[in-house]
Every structure is written in structure tokens, then in C-alpha cells.
Design a protein around this ligand. Sequence first.
Ligand code: CMP
Length: 742
Amino acid sequence: MIRDRKYHLKTYRQCCVGTELVDWMMQQSPCVHSRTQAVGMWQVLLEEGVLNHVDQEHYFQDKYLFYRFLDDEREDAPLPTEEEKKECDEELQDTMLLLSQIGPDAHMRMILRKPPGQRTVDDLEIIYEELLHIKALSHLSTTVKRELAGVLIFESHPKAGTVLFNQGEEGTSWYIILKGSVNVVIYGKGVVCTLHEGDDFGKLALVNDAPRAASIVLREDNCHFLRVDKEDFNRILRDVEANTVRLKEHDQDVLVLEKIPAGNRVSNQGNSQPQHKYIVMSGTPEKILEHFLETMRLEATLNEATDSVLNDFIMMHCVFMPNSQLCPALMAHYHAQPSQGTEQEKMDYALNNKRRVIRLVLQWAALYGDLLQEDEAAMAFLEEFYVSVSDDTRMIAALKEQLPELEKIVKQISEEPKAAQKKHKVLLQLFNTSDDRAQKRQPIRGSDEEKVVLKPHDVSVFTTLSVNGRLFACPRDQFDSLAPLPEQEGPSTGTVGTFELMSSKDLAHQMTIYDWELFNCVHELELIYHTFGRHNFKKTTANLDLFLRRFNEIQFWVVTEICLCSQLSKRVQLLKKYIKIAAHCKEYKNLNSFFAIIMGLSNVAVSRLSLTWEKLPSKFKKIYAEFESLMDPSRNHRAYRLTVAKLDPPLIPFMPLLIKDMTFTHEGNKTFTDNLVNFEKMRMIANTVRTVKFCRSQSFNPDAALTNKNHQDVRSYVRQLNVIDNQRTLSQMSHRLEPRRA
Ligand code: CMP
């Protein structure tokens, strides 16, 4: 079988023909059942270098192609001796058995090396059957596996240490390990984990269109992979890929991602296809930060970049990664240096990395604003960070763009405390302890001028105290002596005489102006401090408390005035007045006061006054019934939520419901599960907080027609509501007005 052969005028020395070799193999042993099997066995020998295609162009094929044994490559190769022949004959059957065992794999690799277009129906069937045994594909459907059979490509690398791809690069393929193992390497951390036969890697970058989150380095010689290139991956796998991805470092889960539909995006080809992306479900604080930095889009402008993903992290990090932990981590990320790649690649990576960290710091500082002033570590970090960045701009011109922005915000926070204070001043009235009346334990009802600005750190010195529904601040050490006496139970006469002269619209307008002042003072983070317990943060929630108390105050104002009104006809007038004020509040999109009034009217002390309600004109009854239906708590306050969803900002939301939503989310979900931050919970709470931001995204413009007139009296009236906030007292009063009928 071995001889010189001619083909197209060329002579090939000492070679055999593929088909003849297959025939020969079939005759040698009963363990060879088919030509395909024999082909695989020859392919093993070819891969091991025992024989080669004469032009080294082909793998082994059952065709009229020439193959030559290695021993025949040498011109003067001696023929085997009789002794050697005998030895070979003895070994033949064992060798055949071994080859028949490893042949199928070689055959498989051979098929996988064929360009996808050249795979035959039989080839595809063989690949498909092989895919059934691969762990990384076990969750996929039959159809998907069959499609994959047509596109998977075999890739092998001979040397340990080979870098398959680098962190930060664009992702072009997804890999499954067929044989061998790889290290996952992250800059600044080194090897974080090892992946073995059956594991897969590299789909994060493809699904999220993000840079590679890690480098992949071969851990041993001769590793084999199955590869799916990006286009095929997107077509076949993107939408059906596993729903959950767990990233491990040192055998511990560090990040759990879950796939969600990402809306319909238009693909490069212009056809719109449903697409998915991975979002963070849980993770260690450091890994979550790393992930957000890596997937941040630099092309977006800063405003767009207030994109909610990053925003969730910035808003919520105080819950699981306090500034004392975040700041050093940011600094380390800023200075992180890549360890692989060419000089240019390293520089590009470092630059992008720095720009991302700067972007995050800018957003972080913007959200916290002057809240950072009390945080020495954070302030020190900001200054040090600014110095690092300005040092770098001398070397890296591209960083110059962001420097002015950074400078501005650092200055704003550190040098302009007064301007900052204005933004979320704490409006509290102070007990004037030097005053006689204070000794008599009487709070001062001060004018606005007496209100003081309490900075959050003052909370340790002052405490707040509610007297008849009004909130007061008083020095902590005098709190006990200043508590109101039991006989101080609020007003004994109503003010209806005063405010019935004021128009309902005016009252609602002035109430709304005041509510806006209070609402604007509430910092978004106060909602988080409030939900997770402010003592955990050593931060004040005084602005929020004040706003929530205002809600109660209005509610009790309604009840107090009605219960203090002894004349039936006047009471009917009062009901009408309140319904009108509520209607105007609703018009001004002040849902907080709107609900406070309606809740006041539905308080038992008022609702039980059937004589009064009977006399209410039916037109008002109807309006009230409609308002009350908005308060219907069924189906999770659906009626209210539908109404609000239709409103554009500026609007003042029904704050107690927002608080309730956040508390439910907080109490119903753990913050940490198995030491990983439950980021899903963070996202839910951040979404609720964001509605506050949305409500305030347009500023409220007072009604010019109303403000031009001098409404000083209305203005001070709504700011000085005098109420009884004791439900028992109010109920007793109500019974006195209209005793229960037999
Ligand atoms: P990708 O970002 O496309 O490229 C690097 C891959 O490494 C990444 O997808 C993951 O599939 C894989 N990987 C495994 N463990 C980790 C880890 N702890 N951090 C980041 N990537 C990891």
C-alpha cells in the first residue's frame, strides 16, 4: 500500500490513499464496525503525528487523498526487521482496541474543525449527540442544541500560560472547556478562580455588550475548547441562555446575575429582536462595585448616565457598603493597573478605567452633596481623589475633560457650606428655654423667623418633640422638663371663624406652597435612613419626620375643627369647606394634603356625625365619595396608583404610602443572603426613592394670581395649625356633639 504515487503530473513519494487505509483498518479487527469509526482511528494517529497528509492540508478523510507515515518522510528510512514485524503483529490487536476507544473523540474534533458550512447531515448528528453530554449546555433545549451543532467551532491551544483574552477587551466569543482548565484572572486580584472541563465562560460580555470582566489564561498544556462566535451566540443563545449566572472567586459566589428582557432593541442589521441582559441579583459589595464600574457606558453623557443601574448602587450603597469602605475601594480601582497585554492596550485600559471611576465619584458626590460634609473620611477621600486626578491629567490629557466637573463639585461641597445648608435645611422650631413660658412648659408658637436651621449632626444635641401635633426641637438634656403637661391637650375653641373668611383655593394654595417647602427639604437618602433605621447610619431624618408629621397635623386639624364646632349648620359648612380645599389640593397635585384632609374627614370622630353628613348637599356627597374611593387600599392602593401614574411633575405624593412601600420591601426581604447583598431589594427600594425624585423633577410655580394678592393671613394661618392629636379626646368630643341615637 505504501508506494510512490502520481497525481496531476506530480509524484508523491512513499504514500498511501485514505480510502485504502480505511479498507485495511476494517479488515484488521472485528472491533472496527464502520468506515466512520476507522476514519476516527486514523485521525488519532494523524493528530499524534504518526502520519500526515502529504501537503499537511487535510485531516484524515475517507477519500482519494495521500497520507504518509512519519517514518517514510526520511528518504533513507530502513525497512523494519523481521523481529520488529513480529513484535508489531503481536501488538496490533491491543493497538486497534485502544484506537477504537479514542477514535470517536478524534473524529468529533475533526468534524468540529470543519468550517460550519462543510458539515454533513451525519456530522451534525454526531456533534449533537456529543453536546448531550456537555454540562454547560444541559439546560438548553433540543432545538437549540441542534442549531449549535451547526456553528460550534473547535479550538485548541498547546501551551499553558496562553491568554485566550484580556480583561477589558471586547467580547467576541463564548467558550466551553472540553479538555484542560483555565484560570480567571482579574487585575489587582490575580487568579480568582479556576474553570474545568464542562465549565463555560465569556458570555457576560456578549449578553451585556460589556467589556470582558476578567482575563482567561490556560492553566495546562493542550487545552480544548468549543467556541461560539458572537453573531451565532446572539442569534441562537442570547435569549435562551441560562437565567442565572453565578460568578465565583476562591470557591465562593461573589456575584449572581439574572437575565431579564431588555426591551426591544434594534440590532445592527436593523431588525428589531427581543433581547436580554443580565442584571445583578446579589453579590459581595466589592464585586457589585467592580461590576458596575466595568459595565458603565462612557459614551453616555453624565445626565444620561444617571442611568438607573448605577444610580441604584450609588443611592443604596450606604446600606451595605458605607463610605468608609467605598472610598478606599474607589481609590484602589482608580489606581488599578492591568497586568497583561501590549503597552497600548494597558494604557487604553487604564484610561477607561480611570474615567469610569471619575464618573462614579461625580455621581456619588452629586447625590450626597453636603451630606458628605459631616463625613470626614469621605471629605478626605474627595480631596485626595481630586489631587490624584489632577496629577494624572499632566500625563493623560484625555482625563482633562472631567477635571473641571470634579473640581466644581469638590469645591461646592467643601467650601460652600452655607449654600448647601439652604438646600435641605431642617425647619424646626426651637424651645426657647430661657423664656418664662418654657419653664411653664409651654411651647412658643414662633413666627418663621424663629425657626432655626438644624444641621444633621445637631441631632445629637437636640431632640424633636411633638406638642399638639406641632414639631419642636429642644435640647436633649432638657427634654424631660419640657414634656408637655397632660392638661395641655390642644385648643378649646375652633378657628372656623377665621378661616371660613378665607377662600378654599387660597388655603389650598398656601398649604401647597408650605408642603413644597417641606417636601423639598427632604433628602432622598433620608428615605433610606428612615427605612433601614436611622440609628444604623447616625444620620438625621428630621426633614422627612417633619413632612410626615405635617400629614398628621392636617389630618387632625380637620378633625379638631369639626369636633370643636358645636353648631350643626356650621359643621355642615365646614365639611363643604374641607371638601373644597381637598379638591383644590388635588388640582395643585398636592396629594399629600389631599389625602390628609380626606383621612381627617373619614376619621371615626367625624364620620360618625350622621346628622351633619345627612345635611351635606348631595353634590358634595358625591365628590367626597369619589375622593374616598381614591383612598381605597384594596389591591395595594390600586386606585391611587393609577391616578398618580397619569400625573406629570411637579407633584407631591402621598408620602405615608411611599414609606409603607419601602418598609414592606425592607421587612419582607433580607438585606444579606449568604453574605451576599440582596441587590434586588436595593433596586426595589431605589425605585421607590426615585419616584420622589421624579415628583420633584419640575419645580412648583405658585399661582401668580394668588401670590400677588397679599395673603399674609392665609399664609400664616396654614403654618400655625393648632390641633388636638389625641384620638380619644376627639372621639369624646364627637359624642358630646351628636350622642348616639337609640
Ligand atoms: P466575560 O466578562 O465575557 O469574560 C470573562 C469571563 O470570566 C466572564 O465573562 C465570566 O464568564 C468568567 N468568570 C468566571 N468567574 C468570574 C469572576 N469571579 N469574575 C468575573 N468573571 C468571571
